[in-house]
Design a protein around this ligand. Structure first.
Ligand code: PEP
Ligand code: MN
Length: 338
């Protein structure tokens, strides 16, 4: 419910209404504006109806929030959220952000060589998985906590904030210690306990769309994180499972403008997992920039032919540099700059 107060309502009267909302068990929100103060009440709106706030002399209007997600909806929060990410980096401003790095942290040498090349080409955030939930239990499963330590070491050395995936609540403290942003992978998008746990962490969250999730499911998953008190969520479109077998997934770029119209959260596109094919990564990355994405997350490996995971979709460093060099007009078409 969105409650708009009349101009000139005192802070005491406003606090009284917030207390009334809290007393019903709903979550009260205080959203002061330059001209009007707006209050929010989040939860089961049938409960709020019992308060009859329309009759309060300080209340101008009471409007239900129509979308199933509330906190992440533009109805409640019309302005874009800009997510701060380590020193200097932000996602969701008018600056397009590129996150790049290997699928998995394999060794200090592999990570450092890749980090050097992606930074040189213009990436501003380093990615690398330490916990790798693979389709097969016999595939490389990542270096675990040793991988986290390598990631933060290399990120620091190269001056790049780092993002890595958490797959289990028991690893969360270690991930918070080493990472500037916590990734929730596609397969965990509806792991609600994990979403609630990252919602209580002092780090931004990169939430990837599940392979069989609708965009509304993605936004509802983000709502879980924000409802726990963490407003810094970055969404990620990484392709969904369809009947198409030519590509690993079907990259649903229509999700980008759909999300931008309905939510204030930033959204990145992952053309690597979205296609699974190296030669399709650049065209889809350019298309993602043009349709208004806030940035990209791209897999790059210093030598993809020997990569322990996702080599087929990982760009060679020179391909990544060519992608970065081609981006500008597409980013500008999408209303941002590099
Ligand atoms: C990844 O980014 O390394 C990853 C595993 O992606 P997804 O969860 O989208 O499959
Ligand atoms: Mn991968």
């Amino acid at each position: 419910m969105i409650i708009v107060l009349k101009p000139g309502t005192s802070k005491e009267d406003c606090d009284r209404i917030l207390d009334q909302i809290a007393a019903t068990g709903l979550k009260p929100l205080y959203l002061p504006g330059t001209e009007r103060t707006v209050l929010g009440a989040i939860g089961d709106e049938r409960v709020l109806a019992g308060l009859h706030l329309e009759g309060n002399p300080h209340v101008e209007t009471v409007t239900p929030i129509l979308s199933p997600y509330k906190l992440v909806s533009r109805e409640l929060h019309p302005h874009d959220t800009v997510v701060p990410l380590g020193p200097g980096a932000r996602i969701g401003s008018d600056r397009f952000v590129v996150v790049a790095g290997p699928c998995a942290v394999e060794s200090r040498e592999q990570l450092d060589a890749t980090a050097e090349r992606v930074k040189e080409a213009g990436a501003s955030v380093l990615r690398g998985g330490a916990f790798k939930p693979r389709t097969s239990p016999y595939s490389f499963q990542g270096l675990g906590r040793d991988g986290l330590a390598l990631l933060s070491e290399v990120g620091r050395r190269r001056g790049l904030p780092v993002v890595t995936e958490v797959v289990d609540v028991s690893d969360l403290d270690a991930v918070v210690e080493h990472a500037d942003m916590i990734q929730v992978g596609a397969r965990n998008m509806q792991n609600f306990r994990l979403l609630q746990a990252v919602g209580q962490c002092p780090r931004p969250v990169l939430l990837k769309r599940g392979p069989a999730a609708t965009v509304t499911d993605l936004l509802m998953a983000a709502e879980y994180v924000v409802a726990e008190g963490n407003p810094n969520v970055v969404l990620c479109e990484r392709g969904i499972r369809t009947f198409e077998t030519a590509t690993r997934n079907t990259l649903d770029l229509s999700a980008v403008p759909f999300v931008k119209q309905r939510s204030h959260l930033p959204i990145l596109v992952d053309p690597s997992h979205g296609t699974g094919i190296r030669d399709l990564v650049t065209p889809m990355a350019l298309a993602a920039a043009a349709c208004g994405a806030d940035g990209l997350i791209v897999e790059v490996h210093e030598n993809p032919e020997v990569a322990l995971s996702d080599g087929k979709q990982s760009l060679f460093p020179e391909q990544f540099a060519a992608l970065m060099a081609a981006l500008r007009p597409f980013v500008e078409a999408g209303g941002r700059h590099l």
